[in-house]
Design a protein around this ligand. Structure first.
Ligand code: FAD
Ligand code: NAP
Length: 531
């Protein structure tokens, strides 16, 4: 073997070999590797892989595993940059390690506390006062999360997907550089590249002390000791869910809201969610913005904020300050600019078309880093699977991001699918929509005399088009379980008369949806009475 020509800087060149029919060789260019022989250059470029996926979270793993089903050569890069406070975790991405899974388990821990309070009404003797043990809880949850990390590695191995625990970036449109913790580099080429690097929590770096003393959701789930008295800044999914379960396990918890809670959701529902939290122990600092965090000699954190109503500065001390002010896409280290992958300069998200294709035709982006996509695990998974099918099995099916159901796991859960009232009014006009609603009492709240003032359902229908349902909103126990089934009906174009002919399951909260008959327009009392 002899190099006829070789450029080490570009790792390109022509290498001569012999073949059965004479002279042959390997042609390596920045675009990939090809073979040639005296009978003519083999024009097909041979890449190391059919698909390289950068990011082993919800979207990336789903895409890689689906591609491998079609017998393709697939590899996944997953690397977790430690949080500013030094927290690190394994493969599986945000959902598994610092998102949906530990969050839902902590929500469940809080719900169990509520059940313990109800239990005496159901005949249980709870002899001693009960208290919550943070370390015990996190130990159990972390063991479970680690089992999921292990499960992902096993699955990749079984499906013949190569896993690289390397931080990846693009070299060109077919080449990926992977770097280890110690700086060792490897280069791989592929026909197609999928970017699925997700996002990380934002820090308000302009606020003195924010980065130095604050944590984010990336740290909360892995804290060895209880966070104690906590301030959670922000008023969306992450903030309200975390503040909700911290309150539920007995910690003094404050939420700082600078404008409205749950922006983008139905306003009335969002207010009911926070009303319930407020009535059940979470303190809300409304219309307040943080100014600085300082550490006192006793180790406590003193937070100063501006009350925008009074214009005055106020302060309090906390054991923990958690920023839940949104997430930034992990696109900065990917070398996108050099390769020509266009990002939205406002938020750093990658611009994609409806087939998840970026501005470079063989590079795709799915999940939280893609512009305009819901930041939810099931949408990232579905987008990844469908993309793999389009790339490798002649499918043309696109991901439908319309009518994606979601649930906010606050102490009283809020699930919804479709339009909010405001959005429906904007699209269809107030005269062309009918809003049905009801306040109801879950049976499980009745005996223990739990407050059900915020248990509320709202359904938005068109007045024409057979009264098609365009939005359903439910606040109450197990909202996610309730909304999931109705989401199918709404996706299939369900109408109000069809829902009214659906027989309810008694006694459930979900059956209340099938009984909605009071319209907001009528002004009648929407409180459900009787069975
Ligand atoms: P991720 O799952 O974030 O995966 C990206 C992976 O890429 C990560 O492992 C990352 O470390 C890795 N990576 C980044 N850069 C590189 C690189 N250069 N090289 C190699 N690897 C890299 N969604 C729900 O549907 N339901 C919920 O209940 C829910 N709860 C949530 C609770 C919290 C607290 C948070 C923060 C999020 C929650 N989400 C929930 C959102 C959900 O977690 C995300 O939408 C989902 O994880 C996005 O998947 P993804 O594949 O886009 O990215
Ligand atoms: P988010 O939806 O972007 O909300 C950010 C919140 O922080 C808003 O309330 C915002 O207030 C506030 N904020 C922003 N900057 C601030 C500042 N400097 N000071 C004070 N407040 C500030 O972010 P998120 O809650 O982190 O959620 C991110 C995504 O994760 C969500 O879109 C969701 O898709 C996903 N997620 C899903 C679930 C679930 O499915 N159950 C759970 C958690 C997360 P303004 O409204 O005033 O801007």
């Amino acid at each position: 073997m002899a190099a006829l020509w070789w450029c080490p800087a570009r790792r390109s060149g022509l290498i001569a070999l012999t073949c059965r029919r004479g002279l042959a060789g390997i042609l390596r260019t920045e675009a990939g590797v090809g073979t040639w022989c005296v009978h003519g250059i083999d024009t097909a470029i041979h890449y190391d892989y059919d698909l390289l996926v950068i990011g082993g979270g919800s979207g990336g793993l789903a895409c890689a595993k689906e591609a491998a089903k079609f017998g393709k050569r697939v590899a996944v890069y997953d690397y977790v940059e430690p949080s500013p406070q030094g927290t690190k975790w394994g493969i599986g991405g945000t959902c598994v390690n610092v998102g949906c899974i530990p969050k839902k388990l902590m929500h469940q821990a809080a719900l169990l506390g509520g059940a313990l309070k109800d239990a005496p009404h159901f005949g249980w003797h709870i002899s001693n006062s009960f208290h919550h043990d943070w370390s015990k809880m996190t130990q159990s949850f972390q063991n479970y999360v680690k089992s999921l990390n292990w499960g992902h590695r096993i699955q990749l191995h079984e499906k013949n997907v190569k896993y690289f625990n390397l931080k990846a970036s693009l070299v060109d449109e077919h080449t990926v550089r992977g770097v280890t913790d110690t700086g060792k580099e490897t280069i791989m080429t592929a026909n197609n590249i999928v970017l699925a690097t997700g996002g990380r929590p934002k820090y308000p770096t302009h606020i003195p002390g924010a980065l130095e003393y604050g944590i984010t959701s990336d740290d909360l789930f892995w804290l060895k000791q209880s966070p104690g008295k906590t301030l959670v800044v922000g008023a969306s999914y992450v903030s309200l869910e975390c503040a909700g379960f911290l309150t539920g396990i007995g910690l003094e918890t404050t939420t700082m809201v600078r404008s409205i809670p749950l922006r983008g959701f139905d306003e009335k529902m969002a207010n009911l969610v926070t009303d319930y939290m407020e009535a059940h122990g979470t303190r809300f600092l409304k219309k307040c913005v943080p100014l600085r965090v300082t550490k006192l000699e006793n180790g406590k954190l003193q937070v100063t904020w501006e009350n925008m109503d009074s214009g005055k500065e106020e302060m309090d001390t906390f054991d923990t300050v958690m920023w839940a002010i949104g997430r930034a896409p992990e696109t900065k280290g990917l070398n996108l600019e050099k390769v020509g992958v266009i990002v939205d300069p406002e938020n750093g998200k990658i611009i994609v078309d409806n087939a998840e294709t970026t501005s470079v035709s063989n590079i795709f982006a799915i999940g939280d880093i893609a512009e305009g996509r819901p930041e939810l695990t099931p949408t990232a998974i579905a987008a990844g699977k469908l993309l793999a099918r389009r790339l490798f099995s002649n499918s043309t099916e696109l991901m439908d991001y319309d009518s994606v159901p979601t649930t906010v796991f606050t102490p009283l859960e809020y699930g919804c699918v479709g339009l909010s009232t405001a959005k429906a009014q904007e699209i269809h006009g107030d005269d062309d929509i009918e809003v049905f609603h009801a306040y109801y009492k879950p049976l499980e709240f009745a005996v223990s005399q739990r407050d059900s003032s915020q248990c509320y359902i709202k359904m938005i229908c068109l007045r024409g088009l057979h009264q098609k349902i365009v939005g359903l909103h439910f606040i109450g126990p197990n909202a996610g379980e309730v909304i999931q089934g109705f989401a199918l009906g709404i996706k299939c174009g369900a109408t109000y008369p069809q829902l009214m002919s659906t027989v309810g399951i008694h006694p459930t909260c979900a059956e209340e949806v099938t009984k909605l008959h009071i319209t907001q327009r009528s002004g009648l009392d929407p409180t459900v009475t009787g069975c």
